[in-house]
Design a binder for this molecule. Structure first.
Ligand code: NAP
Length: 309
């Protein structure tokens, strides 16, 4: 097994940008595509806020363009996810599809996956009314009926943001009490466009036959009452899960599993760098992930250079 200069874990905006930069630096990076090829952008439709595309661009196209750009400079991509990692000594080792790979540096850009409700029709309607990102998709629901699921700060933030577009925004939460901070909750309570459905769970989202969201099937958990409510945009804000499982006990993670940064793109292990949503729980944008990928690539390059590679 030959030792690579850099292995990049993840093929979203962060991973692909790190691949472009390290490939152009002649480091011949290997990119592990991961279980969600293309990351979060691959499950959105139109992206209108990535600079450089005045007419907008489809999310999957944008991320594919980045990949092709990296390949043009010599990046290699392999399918599969990282099952195990050994960061205890250098070169670092990662196992992908039963095969071990070695590298002098690692860029962890494995992202954070949106948590889904696992409703029967939910996945079929992603990008057609079902979304996990208000910033990305809110604009498409001008004058429409919107539902936001969740009772945390993300749900409050997204609901408030979505009132800029929607005719009304209904927050659906499974309990009476909210996990959200008081200030965010109060802001929503003061917003006349926001309606509330507490002690309510979603049983399914409709209508797969039409190919877009028309309604949600709801149930009050106290009374057992069920009903169908018309809705155009169905936004999930029930949290994200960072993809850091193989690094647990090796990389320093916070209580929710996000990588703790040691400044710049550095982790607690010299030679292992972070990029994108795997560390960033605040901004989570395509452009910030790309920026983080660029930073990680430059740091990896300098790290290798200092060692004479
Ligand atoms: P969160 O605080 O974990 O809240 C998730 C919400 O989703 C909870 O209300 C939870 O209900 C609900 N939920 C989870 N699984 C569910 C399911 N299967 N069915 C129905 N509901 C479900 O996540 P978050 O809101 O994304 O926030 C994550 C972190 O980022 C927090 O620390 C938050 O403060 C922070 N954040 C801060 C800001 C800000 O300050 N501007 C903005 C966004 C996020 P239960 O309450 O019943 O468990």
């Amino acid at each position: 097994m030959s030792t690579r200069n850099v292995i990049i874990i993840g093929s979203g905006c962060a991973g692909n940008t790190a691949a472009i930069y390290t490939a152009r630096a002649g480091l011949n990076p290997l990119v592990v595509i991961g279980h969600e090829p293309g990351g979060q952008l691959s499950i959105t439709t139109e992206v209108e806020n990535f600079p450089g595309f005045p007419e907008g661009i489809q999310g999957p196209q944008l991320v594919e363009n980045m990949k092709q750009q990296a390949i043009r400079f010599g990046a290699e991509y392999i399918a599969g996810r990282v099952e195990e990692a050994d960061l205890s000594k250098r070169p670092f080792r990662i196992k992908v599809e039963e095969e071990w790979h070695e590298s002098r540096t690692l860029i962890v850009a494995s992202g954070a996956s949106a948590r889904w409700l696992n409703l029967p029709n939910e996945q079929k309607l992603i990008g057609h009314g079902v979304s996990s990102c208000a910033t990305c998709d809110g604009f498409f629901y001008k004058g429409k009926k919107i539902m936001v699921i969740g009772g945390g700060d993300s749900a409050m933030e997204e609901a408030n943001f979505l009132t800029r577009f929607g005719e009304e925004v209904t927050i659906v939460h499974r309990r009476e009490e909210f996990r959200a901070s008081k200030i965010m909750l109060d802001r929503c309570r003061a917003n006349p466009k926001i309606k509330w459905l507490t002690s309510t769970v979603v049983e399914d989202v409709l209508d797969v036959e039409k190919g877009y969201v028309t309604a949600a099937k709801l149930r009050n958990v106290k009374t057992g009452e069920t009903w169908t409510q018309d809705v155009d945009g169905f936004f999930l804000a029930i949290g994200h899960i960072p993809n850091t499982k193989p690094f647990k006990g090796q990389l320093e993670l916070d209580e929710d599993g996000y990588i703790i940064s040691h400044g710049g793109a550095r982790t607690n292990i010299p030679g292992v760098f972070h990029a994108g949503d795997v560390e960033d729980r605040i901004y989570r944008q395509a452009i910030t992930a790309s920026g983080a990928g660029c930073k990680a690539a430059i740091e990896a390059e300098r790290f290798l250079e200092a060692e004479g590679h």
